[in-house]
Write a protein that binds this ligand. Structure first.
Ligand code: ZN
Length: 294
């Protein structure tokens, strides 16, 4: 079946979804339009429990290297958003959470199991809630598609330590930490697990449909990439530590094409009071420090 023959059916389906209301959009039972269906490659045999344990170890190491900005109101707002996006994703069971890294970089990252980090520079860069939710939804997309554990599995298999990690990861010992140390330390390992361009495109599309189902206009992703390209040129710095992104203009173009292929339902979330409160809270804090490169 060609793309052309799919398009009218897609429009009809989304018109129906719009008429049926947002409550129906919250049901992840069927994929929408060109949303990729997430599958795990056979070499990634980590169970969800094991993946969560890996994520806890990585996140503890990461948080010991950066300054976390803890603010109960900001944390509650961002965690409410990521839970809505997670519930609308193809892995709704993950315990998604967000922490803010107090540095000026326009950056975000995701660690297996749903540990997301937004840098303060990104929160200061975005101009409305939709753009910010677009960046979060993209990171949720990486978690949903298990991009990091797919890459990690290949690395551990190549180093002949995959069985050792699998055997020990749920035990109360530090074997995984030792393996990471042998491979150069967690930061070096994470830096090796670069997302491919295909991973990035998949995370963009997964994020697009997470937003739509969770009740946000997915034009936030288009606006985010368009403004980012204008500010930084073609290479996006978002999850720069971990990825080999396609050019930002190309990502904006793909998101616009996706927007044009659907009928965006009415009644989606617009600018919110909480977002204005977030911006105000950030503006009265001391300036964000420059990022520390490990
Ligand atoms: Zn990414």
């Amino acid at each position: 079946m060609t793309q052309l023959s799919l398009a009218p059916r897609r429009r009809a389906f989304l018109q129906f979804m719009g008429l049926a209301g947002l409550a129906t959009l919250g049901n992840v039972g069927s994929l929408l339009a060109t949303e990729p269906k997430v599958t795990t490659p056979p070499y990634n045999t980590f169970t969800e429990e094991e993946e969560l344990a890996l994520g806890r170890q990585f996140s503890a190491k990461y948080e010991s290297k950066v300054e976390i900005l803890s603010n109960p109101i900001i944390d509650a707002y961002l965690n409410d958003i990521v839970k809505k996006l997670g519930n609308a994703s193809q892995r709704p069971q993950w315990p998604y959470q967000i922490k803010v890294v107090n540095d000026s970089e326009i950056n975000a990252s995701a660690i297996p199991g749903g540990f997301l980090y937004l840098h303060r520079g990104l929160l200061e860069f975005v101009s409305d809630e939709n753009e910010m939710v677009g960046a979060i939804a993209h990171e949720v997309g990486h978690v949903v598609a298990r991009h990091t554990t797919n890459q990690l599995s290949l690395l551990l298999i190549a180093q002949h330590v995959f069985d050792q990690v699998k055997h020990n990861i749920l035990m109360d010992n530090d074997v995984f930490a030792q393996v990471l140390q042998q491979l150069g330390g967690p930061v070096v390992v994470l830096a090796q697990l670069r997302y491919s361009r295909q991973n990035e495109s998949e995370a963009d599309l997964l994020g697009f449909y997470e937003m739509l189902r969770a009740g946000w206009n997915p034009n936030g992703l288009y606006k985010f990439f368009t403004r980012l390209a204008a500010k930084t040129g073609s290479q996006s710095p978002v999850d720069v530590m971990l990825s080999d992104h396609p050019a930002t203009e190309e990502r904006a173009r793909v998101m616009r094409r996706e927007l044009e292929s659907i009928n965006v339902p009415s009644g989606l979330r617009e600018q919110t009071f909480q977002f204005q409160a977030l911006k105000l809270a950030l503006s009265i804090m001391p300036p964000a420090p420059r990022p520390v490169r490990q």
